[in-house]
Design a protein around this ligand. Structure first.
Ligand SMILES: [Zn+2]
Ligand SMILES: [Zn+2]
Length: 172
């Protein structure tokens, strides 16, 4: 995902716009491999303040994620806005060296930076829907698809409490 900034970086006050679409390869996130179901769509507005370039961008994509509750794959719509400082290598301060995107020619490769923004925006745990019922802790049935036979059994409420406690200890 490359852009050319030769125009905007030479003129203070200049703004350039970019509309980019590109396939991104799957990436590791925690224990999971996450892939993209659609090309990544990035819209950028790059403004030259005289000292540096400020990039405002939006990223849109569909991710293939696994629900942390029911373990089903689902499509996770990603939409995020970001703001970035881009600085020419020879003008970067120490702080900018750490936080800004440093470039040294007219062409900028954005892929790595975009991936950083995506990873930062991802949830700790993917859930297919706020209403996801997850799996039955007894038989492992996907409760979104219907009630399993476990929950139909009538358990003495005190025993049920004990069973729950025992399960909590086991889970730890
Ligand atoms: Zn789910
Ligand atoms: Zn069950």
């Amino acid at each position: 995902m490359k852009i050319n900034i030769s125009q905007v970086r030479r003129m203070t006050g200049e703004t350039a716009r970019y509309d980019l679409k590109e396939e991104f390869s799957p990436f590791e996130f925690g224990m999971e491999t996450i892939s993209f179901l659609s090309p990544l769509h990035v819209q950028l507005q790059v403004h030259n303040t005289g000292k540096l370039l400020i990039a405002h961008g939006t990223i849109e994509a569909e991710l293939k994620a696994v629900c942390g509750r029911c373990l089903e794959e689902f499509s996770y719509p990603l939409h995020l806005d970001f703001e970035d400082e881009w600085v020419y290598a020879s003008q970067a301060t120490e702080e900018q060296q750490e936080n800004a995107l440093i470039f040294d020619k007219d062409e900028i490769e954005l892929r790595e930076r975009i991936m950083e923004h995506i990873v930062l925006a991802l949830p700790m745990k993917f859930v297919c829907s706020p209403d996801c019922q997850g799996l039955c802790p007894e038989c492992g049935a996907n409760l979104n698809l219907g009630v399993c036979s476990c929950s139909k059994e009538t358990l003495d409420p005190r025993l049920a409490e004990l069973a729950k406690l025992a399960k909590l200890t086991l889970d730890d």
